[in-house]
Design a protein around this ligand. Structure first.
Ligand code: BGP
Length: 474
């Protein structure tokens, strides 16, 4: 017997500023670190960028009307720091504040709950130039000041705040794999920067709580639960290494303000542990989030990796040609391998709805926090047919099975507050361009020259409309 979804369950959908807004230099917006990064040769699929994106900046009313038609209960979007503070600090850009204020009002007009991500990777370029961005402790104050502007301006109208999106992803890609800005490949710098992000996140969480703003705050964490290949004991140890260093290393900090011992010991042995200053651990221990946000796309399968085995690389399948992914891992620690039991997407991501149930169960048991699924979705090549229909049956099947897994987890006893699909409209995939589509709403990019970017509802749009209408009883 499955338990029903709670009556006020937040059926939602998510996006991020750089991936939808466009208008990248308009109305006083400052540069972000992505603006130049996408211009480096070979970094993104066919040099794709978010300069126009899907022009949500100008079309937000049209997009919100579509959300209302679908019946969304919440829309998760991010605020571009450099729209609010073009230099990342100092002078406020009123037009930037106005844009998000209008977007929030437009959502509320239709009864859609805004869920704001404070940081979704688009760091103001000036802070990178000034002091090296996340590598300097100066950013803790700047990030907190920026968040305070948002809380002071918007928090009387809304309830859900995501502090930082996928810290593990932007840190690993930015400082170890060199595949996100600032394109560094140095584990020691990575763990140092990561520690500073932890402090900045804690500082904002603390400010929110002590400032008595209404609502809830939590991070969005990218969690791909790890399974041991073939139940082989040596693979189980490798899997422990992965769970520690890909998941608990972040979530333990958020919830308990401490690094997992074994993972930290491994960093110390390798001489790459972050320097912890006086006061750091106290701040981390006193900034527990109200919920854990989780972005779930896939599970990983892990095997032992010899000392001369494969290493990590920023290379991956960014083209959508199935089977292009090479094995990666940390010599002596683990490697990620194919799961013989699971299908994959064209980008070689495993399709594993049960993995979502696993991930909800593990978070609930280890952290005892309510959970919001802040992202889940299927990237696919969709085709706009001659009658302007899009039959994205794969996406419907993917989402349907994942919703069922959420309901199973709720029946198990996990407290899940909401579920946001990635994404509402099609949008830019950071490294995979526009051909990897996630939306309920198709965006015709063949017209990009004329900036038409017409919106067409896909079959999944109507499917989710039914899910929401029936509170998950489809
Ligand atoms: C998450 C990000 C999103 C989004 C999504 C899909 O990691 O938070 O911003 O991009 O993944 O990933 P991709 O675009 O790589 O397919």
């Amino acid at each position: 017997e499955l338990t029903d979804f709670p009556k006020d369950f937040l059926w939602g959908s998510a996006s991020a500023a750089y991936q939808v807004e466009g208008a990248y230099q308009q109305d006083g917006k400052g540069k972000s670190v992505w603006d130049d990064f996408v211009k480096l040769p070979g970094k993104t699929f066919k040099g794709s960028n978010g300069e126009v994106a899907v022009d949500h900046y100008h079309r937000y009313k049209e997009d919100v009307a579509l959300m209302a038609e679908q019946g969304l209960k919440t829309y998760r979007f991010s605020i571009a720091w450099s729209r609010i503070l073009p230099e990342g600090r100092g002078e406020i850009n009123q037009k930037g504040l106005d844009f998000y204020s209008n977007l929030i009002d437009e959502l509320l007009r239709y009864g859609i709950e805004p869920m704001v991500t404070i940081y979704h990777w688009d760091l103001p370029q000036n802070l990178q130039d000034l002091y090296g961005g996340w590598e300097s402790r100066e950013i803790i104050k700047d990030f907190t000041d920026y968040a305070k502007i948002l809380f002071d301006n918007f928090s009387d109208r809304m309830k859900y705040w995501v502090s930082i999106n996928e810290q593990n992803v932007f840190i690993m890609h930015g400082y170890m794999l060199a595949s996100h800005p600032p394109a560094v490949n140095d584990p020691k710098r990575m763990y140092a920067a990561n520690h500073i992000v932890n402090l900045a996140n804690a500082s904002v969480t603390k400010l929110f709580k002590e400032g008595n703003y209404q609502g809830m705050i939590g991070p969005s964490f990218a969690y791909a639960p790890a399974y041991a290949l073939d139940c082989l004991p040596e693979n189980v140890i490798a899997t422990e290494n992965v769970n520690d260093s890909f998941a608990y290393f972040w979530m333990d900090i958020y919830r308990y303000g401490r690094y997992p011992k074994v993972a930290f010991r491994a960093l110390e042995k390798a001489g790459i542990a972050p320097i912890i200053e006086e006061g750091d651990m106290a701040l981390l221990a006193h900034s527990t989030p109200d919920f854990m946000g989780v972005n779930y796309y896939q599970s990983m399968t892990v095997a032992a990796n010899p000392l001369d085995g494969v290493s990590m690389s920023g290379e991956a399948n960014y083209s959508g040609e199935k089977g292009k992914t090479k094995e990666q891992g940390m010599p002596g620690m683990y490697k990620m391998v194919a799961n013989p039991h699971l299908e994959t997407t064209n980008w070689d991501w495993t399709i594993d709805p049960t993995g979502l149930r696993v991930c909800l169960r593990r978070i609930s048991s280890r952290y005892d926090l309510p959970i919001i699924i802040t992202e889940n979705g299927l990237g696919d090549f969709d085709t706009l047919e001659e009658n302007n229909e899009v039959h994205d049956e794969n996406r419907i099947a993917y989402l349907n099975n994942h919703c069922l897994a959420v309901q199973e987890a709720i029946s198990d006893g996990v407290e899940v507050l909401g579920y946001c699909t990635w994404s509402f409209t099609d949008l830019l995939s950071w490294l995979n361009g526009y051909q990897k589509r996630y939306g309920f709403v198709y965006i015709d990019r063949n017209e990009v020259e004329e900036k038409e970017l017409t919106r067409y509802k896909k079959a999944s749009f109507y499917w989710y409309q039914n899910v929401i209408n029936s509170n998950g009883q489809t």
